[in-house]
Design a protein around this ligand. Structure first.
Ligand code: ADP
Ligand code: MG
Length: 263
């Protein structure tokens, strides 16, 4: 069901600290349903932390987040002895709903080594979405087909190239049939000749109108697929706008420098 205001992600004043280090200072970001937003910025600027806050792998210290229809408000009322998310007052049910609606693809693929390709893809649909094994296999085969990995369904991750592993990881994320896909530098761990097969899959997903938040160092790709690009600097969105704006007419000098240094 589409959000009434058409936003899949609405982040307001997110703050995240690790002890003394304020990694996200005051981040607000909108992602419209069906849009692709790319996050660029130097190493250590907080890109991964921001993405991890979106599916509550990290809990923000303050701010508000509405994502895939779940609204969360964060404040610091820390009590010892309970998990980070429980501490923030997030109900287990809500967390579970959010995790079924928001899927993440990691730089290092993070496939389970002891499970086959198909095993990796059907695990969460069975365990988290409660599908039967038969249903999960049908779904898994569909998405493996989608990423061009159907013929490897019985293979184990160790026997696959990095590009193939990442395509399986994308199929695994898709098999949750999420409303939002998060990608954290999905091609950074790949040998250069394997980058394009993964970018091609992500490009296809963008063309389908999937809602995606993408951290990437592939500037040409970001420019190509994104509706909006956000430049993060020291935990702040320093520049945001259309790709043409961020890559050509950015007002932030730091953004201009970053873009020209990676071009
Ligand atoms: P990016 O993805 O842009 O490279 P990160 O979000 O990974 O940046 O990290 C931003 C900053 O937060 C860095 O200084 C990093 O060292 C720090 N940081 C990230 N995760 C943790 C953590 N779990 N504990 C302490 N500091 C962290
Ligand atoms: Mg990172």
């Amino acid at each position: 069901m589409a959000n009434h205001n058409n936003l899949a992600i609405e982040a307001r004043h997110l703050v995240k600290r690790y002890a003394e280090l304020e990694v996200l200072k005051d981040v607000s970001l909108d992602v419209h349903e069906g849009h692709v937003v790319s996050i660029i910025g130097s190493s250590g600027s907080g890109k991964s932390t921001l993405l991890r806050c979106m599916n509550l792998l990290e809990t923000p210290d303050s701010g508000d987040l509405t994502i895939a229809g779940e609204s969360l408000s964060f404040s610091q009322n820390i009590r010892a002895g309970v998990s980070q998310n429980t501490r923030a007052g997030i109900k287990r049910r809500q967390l579970q709903r959010l995790r079924t609606q928001v899927s993440m693809v990691f730089q290092q693929f993070n496939l389970w080594p002891h499970l086959s390709v198909l095993g990796n893809v059907i695990e969460a649909p069975m365990r988290v979405r409660g599908l039967s094994k038969r249903e999960a296999i049908t779904l898994g085969e569909h998405y493996l087909e989608r990423v061009g990995m159907a013929d490897k369904r019985d293979q184990y991750p160790a026997y696959l190239s990095g590009g193939q592993q990442q395509r399986v990881a994308i199929a695994r994320a898709l098999a949750m049939e999420p409303r939002v896909l998060l990608f954290d530098e999905p091609t950074s761990a790949l040998d250069p000749e394997l980058v394009n097969e993964v970018l091609g899959v992500i490009h296809g997903l963008a063309d389908e109108g999937r809602t995606m938040l993408l951290v990437t160092h592939e500037m040409g790709f970001a420019r190509d697929v994104s509706h909006q690009v956000a430049f993060l600097h020291q935990g702040c969105v320093e520049e945001i706008g259309t790709p043409a704006h961020v890559f050509e007419t950015a007002t932030s000098e730091r953004c201009r420098q970053f873009v020209s240094s990676v071009a």
